[in-house]
Design a protein around this ligand. Sequence first.
Ligand code: SF4
Length: 516
Amino acid sequence: MQKTRNLILILGDQLDPQGPSLEGADPTQDVVVMAEVASEIERYPNHKQRVVLFLAAMRHFKEDLIARGFRVIYQHLDANAPAPDLPAFLGAQIVRWQPEGVVLTTPGRHDLTVALTNEAEQAGIPLDMRPDTHFFCSKESFSVWAQGRKSLVMEYFYRDMRKQYGYLMQGSKPVGGTWNYDKENRGTFSKNGPQNLPPSTVYSPDAITQAVCQSVEQHFPNLYGSTEAFGWPVTPTDAHAALDDFIENRLPHFGTYQDAMWTDEPFLYHARLAAALNLKLINPRTVCDRAVAAYAAGAAPLNAVEGFIRQVLGWREFIRGVYWHHMPAYINHNALQANNPLPDLFWTGNTRMRCMQQVVQQLLQYGYAHHIQRLMVSGLFALLYRAEPAAVQTWFMAMYVDAVEWVTLPNTIGMSQYADGGVVGTKPYIATGKYIKRMSNYCKGCAYNPDLATGPEACPFTTLYWDFLMEHEATLGSNRRMGFQLKNLQRKSHAQREAIAERATVVHELAQTGAL
Ligand code: SF4
């Protein structure tokens, strides 16, 4: 047998045809190895579409590599005696191929990075672990930026990234004279709702994806959701078509309505490119270039393009930096000592709360909800309910097709649940049901009233908002950004506080018994 030079391990979220691990690869000397392993699928009580997305994209990637002449060893779910996890798979492939070295793009997960490094070390094989150049900001650059800062503020990071990469810049100044157009990006729909929405794009499953759907239904029938409505991009071609659709049909309105929600309209003007970006089917530079070109061509307004660039170049890169800067300890944070189990309604959508019902039902159908539905509906309810952050993290990882740990962990533990005590967000993002009423039509026809904090019709968000403030009044008192909200709390009489606490107890009981 011909001697193997490098064993190239490619993971399910490293599907860039020009990825770092393939740089300098030689199909005549190297072997590419990829694996579908049960331990990764069962790591969370996953949504079926999240599993299909990864496996279908991996299988398409494998076919692409074979067409490029590579020898690819690919472990299918259905393999006889499969390796149970990725380190075991790597170990077995090292034994089989006796390579001179192992090449790997740095995984997006801390624990996997450690485990694969250990596996190669134990086998006595040199490991060439290459930086993931998909991102604008390397881990090292982020550490340099973070060094000596009392707190990590996304806005400053974002401005530095704009300056460094020149997106929407005129010399050293932001185009339009302002860095941030958020104020223009909080529009709501009139009572008639969104008009003339572009049709939802679906990437119909081909034979490869259909086979994955069948396999997932067969092997993992008890996972959440269904594969029926699967229509996510699973190839670079699909991902670029999704980008075209966004730039042409959605970006012009994306900014204004990016925080708005509407009953039975799960997608609105959102790009839905996060899954393709996180699996590396498309490059963030391409995505940003196209958005900025649309602005330059007069095809999209500045508030929309700036809002989008902020998400991709700012928030996405910042969150990844925070993840690597604070791992592995970050995963265990629980600054507010929230210890309640997550109620079943998060998994079933069975609730009289119309907003939560909408979000969970669309999750079960598509594995998707947009950023405000994540932060200010599901995440907000979990925070106010004082759900255990680790359980909330598990839920976000399981239910969203685009979830990967480096994104979801800081967004959940930090931004959404304030469990990191202020590393990501400068204060807990809390609001009453009135916020949801303003940004959506969910409250119409809901069993509850967002204006009420007490009584049987009180909106659970509103009740729990005040109860949360009462619980954390002392600890949050030193946070200047909480001043306004705490001042309003101080206007509540003793009797009002007691009534809120009583109703909050009822809300918890109703949630636990599935009657909320
Ligand atoms: Fe949600 Fe409260 Fe509005 Fe009902 S009233 S939809 S629970 S915010």
